[in-house]
Design a protein around this ligand. Structure first.
Ligand code: HEM
Ligand SMILES: *[C@@H]1O[C@H](CO)[C@@H](O)[C@H](O)[C@H]1NC(C)=O
Ligand SMILES: *[C@@H]1O[C@H](CO)[C@@H](O)[C@H](O)[C@H]1NC(C)=O
Length: 290
């Protein structure tokens, strides 16, 4: 295994997963996740989590997917994938099980912290949300296709995915390349925070025109968060997400040629700051559209 990826597992949850699965409200789930994140953020007993103890960077260290064992391999028909480009890319490169099935909390958390450089609290928050919404509590771990469950995390007006057909329980997982092409044609110089917000506002507007229900507050926030994380993880030195990044990461679900592991850790605090910026910009665009 690549040395960067040897992380110790986080401690098991103090509560049984059975009890968690019976919590009815997503909102409560997120409160719980936030508390969990805070718990982990002040958790002193595992010094190996500290980001400043990372080994000194080498070329392969900043681009571990260049290692032969982590070469890109698209999913087979039996493999499970999600509507999330970040997670599918991890599976396509074997940083989580290439089958996309039986993914453990610890495998997912450590790949989010090591490859995308999310802080442990932020990774824990996202993974907890994913597991609480979508893991099958009978079997261990998460299957990526379960994340497509409509209106759990998944929502309409995605950037490169079609809306869930009316009445269907699961959203389409396959990327719509027309949407990828539209996005890169409209923003040939790449996307900063404003353009990402405009692109999201455009998709929400289109969804409205098609008579789909407006995203509720929670799913609106989730969508801001996806755009914020995309910018934080994938921006280049000029703070733009390049069109080739959009094509390779959103489209082909592989690591972009120009991508290296971010040099700075991406924290919960930064992500929520950028998320609310995106929310503000989107409101500006929406006010102009009326
Ligand atoms: C570095 C971390 C992550 C980034 C940058 C990221 C980014 C994204 C983006 C950009 C989308 C929207 C795709 C589109 O608009 O077509 C998305 C969707 C999604 N992500 Fe992630 N994600 C991350 C981590 C996670 C985690 C940890 C989970 C759950 C365990 C997750 C679950 C989902 C789900 C369910 C969707 C579908 C939402 C939709 O309807 O568009 N993501 N993600
Ligand atoms: C990956 O997933 C497959 C299918 O669920 C399973 O058979 C295999 O044991 C898993 N591999 C690892 C290393 O966990
Ligand atoms: C992909 O998106 C385009 C543009 O929204 C749409 O016209 C087309 O029907 C979609 N393709 C599929 C296969 O759903």
């Amino acid at each position: 295994m690549h040395p960067r990826l040897q992380f110790t597992s986080p401690p098991a949850f103090p509560m049984s997963t059975k009890l968690l699965s019976s919590l009815p409200q997503l909102r409560r789930l997120f409160t719980f996740s936030a508390l969990t994140a805070i718990f982990f953020s002040i958790n002193p007993f595992n010094p190996s989590w500290s980001s400043d103890q990372r080994p000194v960077s080498t070329a392969l260290d900043r681009r571990p997917w260049k290692d032969a064992r982590h070469a890109f391999k698209g999913p087979t028909d039996e493999d499970a994938r999600s509507p999330c480009p970040a997670l599918n890319t991890l599976a396509n490169h074997g940083f989580i099980n290439r089958s996309g099935k039986e993914i453990s909390r610890s495998a997912l958390t450590s790949s989010l912290t090591s490859i995308y450089r999310l802080s442990v609290p932020l990774a824990e928050l996202l993974v907890t949300g994913g597991f609480l919404c979508c893991a099958d509590f009978e079997s261990e771990g998460l299957s990526l296709d379960a994340l497509a469950a409509h209106d759990k995390i998944e929502h309409d007006a995605s950037l490169v995915h079609d809306n869930t057909p009316l009445g269907a329980a699961f959203a389409p997982i396959k990327v719509n390349w027309t949407l990828v092409n539209e996005l890169t044609t409209k923003y040939p110089d790449g996307l900063g925070i404003r353009r990402l917000s405009e692109a999201r506002a455009t998709r929400e507007e289109l969804s409205r025109v098609e008579g789909r229900p407006k995203l509720d507050a929670l799913h609106g926030q989730i969508a801001y968060g996806e755009a914020a994380l995309t910018w934080l993880v994938m921006k280049d030195l000029t703070s733009l997400v390049r069109t080739d990044t959009i094509r390779q990461w959103f489209g082909q679900e592989t690591f972009p040629e120009t991508f290296v592991i971010p040099s700075e850790e991406i924290t919960l605090h930064t992500t929520s700051k950028i998320s609310s910026k995106i929310g503000q910009h989107m409101k500006e665009f929406q006010n102009h559209q009326i």
